[in-house]
Design a protein around this ligand. Structure first.
Ligand SMILES: NC(=O)c1ccc[n+]([C@@H]2O[C@H](COP(=O)([O-])OP(=O)(O)OC[C@H]3O[C@@H](n4cnc5c(N)ncnc54)[C@H](O)[C@@H]3O)[C@@H](O)[C@H]2O)c1
Length: 266
């Protein structure tokens, strides 16, 4: 039996890395997928790959920092598929900058995507998914928010990113409690990946390379932060997304799932 059979799942930032892997893994386990991203070509290629496996999928151009584009994405989902069961708030950016070089504009740029984007997704997702006496849910709803180990512990030169991911962690808990209290039948949980070998980390490694440390040396140093001796893969994180999206996790809400090879255990 497929683990998320016939659930309707919207994944943001689905063109690349963790979002792409999550969209494919959800489809593999029986979901129909709305793949959204600012990179429409990338989202289209994920939707094409899913349709080749006989699941339904559409791609949408969607900037998560824009309220109007959220409205359009949710409306398109409901008009195409009739409802929304799973929302994966994955889109994010991962710049790093020394504190003294971080302008207010830099700060707001990160917050707009990583925190405002998740807030808008949760608010509109809950609005679309909640169970009402007049409209009881056919399937329980699940929202999965991508935070980070940097939403749990700090790291130098990541002030804005860490603050945004810490915000996602507690936004998750507060909204999960509110949904439970109000009987909406929507669970909300966060995932906290360690360094995961995606285009985000690959380009960060390129940026950090210098005369003293080449890309290979930086990759080795980042790997060494993880007691299991490797960085994560997008599929490691996608497995957690499928679990939280599925009814296997039906007693989890407001929880934080840490998938970090032991990074934050010491
Ligand atoms: N890779 C890691 O090590 C790691 C670790 C912890 C948490 N995360 C989080 O996981 C999520 C995915 O990261 P990734 O490593 O797959 O990154 P990635 O850069 O490979 O993919 C991010 C995707 O988000 C899209 N995106 C960027 N801004 C957007 C916007 N405003 N609206 C919609 N889409 C937008 C990009 O086009 C891209 O397709 C992010 O929230 C990231 O912070 C990643």
């Amino acid at each position: 039996m497929a683990r998320v059979a016939d659930k309707i799942a919207l994944v943001t930032g689905a063109a690349s890395g963790i979002g792409r892997a999550a969209a494919l893994a959800l489809a593999h386990e029986g979901a129909h997928v709305i793949a959204t991203d600012i990179d429409l070509d990338g989202a289209e290629s994920v939707a094409d790959e899913i349709r080749r496996t006989n699941r339904r999928a559409i791609a949408l151009k969607h900037d998560v920092s824009r309220e109007g584009e959220w409205r359009t994405a949710i409306d398109a989902t409901v008009s195409e598929f009739g409802r929304l069961d799973v929302l994966v708030n994955n889109a994010g950016i991962g710049p790093s900058k020394p504190l003294l070089e971080t302008s207010l504009e830099d700060w707001h740029g990160v917050m707009r995507i990583n925190l405002d984007g998740v807030f808008l997704g949760v608010r509109m997702g809950v609005e679309a998914m909640r169970s009402l006496p007049s409209r009881p849910r056919q399937r329980p709803g699940s929202i999965v928010n991508l935070s980070s180990i940097l939403g749990l512990v700090g790291m130098a030169e990541t002030a804005a990113y860490s603050a945004s991911k810490g915000g996602v962690r507690l936004l998750t808990k507060s909204t999960a409690l509110e949904c439970a209290e109000k009987g909406y039948d929507v669970r909300i949980n966060s995932i906290h990946p360690g360094f995961t070998w995606t285009p985000m980390v690959q380009s960060a490694v390129k940026r950090m390379a210098s005369a003293e440390a080449d890309e290979e040396a930086i990759r080795t140093a980042l790997t060494a932060l993880h007691p299991l001796g490797r960085m994560g893969t997008a599929d490691d994180i996608a497995a957690a997304v499928v679990y939280l999206a599925s009814d296997e996790s039906s007693f989890m809400t407001g929880a934080e799932l840490v998938i970090d090879g032991g990074y934050s255990a010491r």
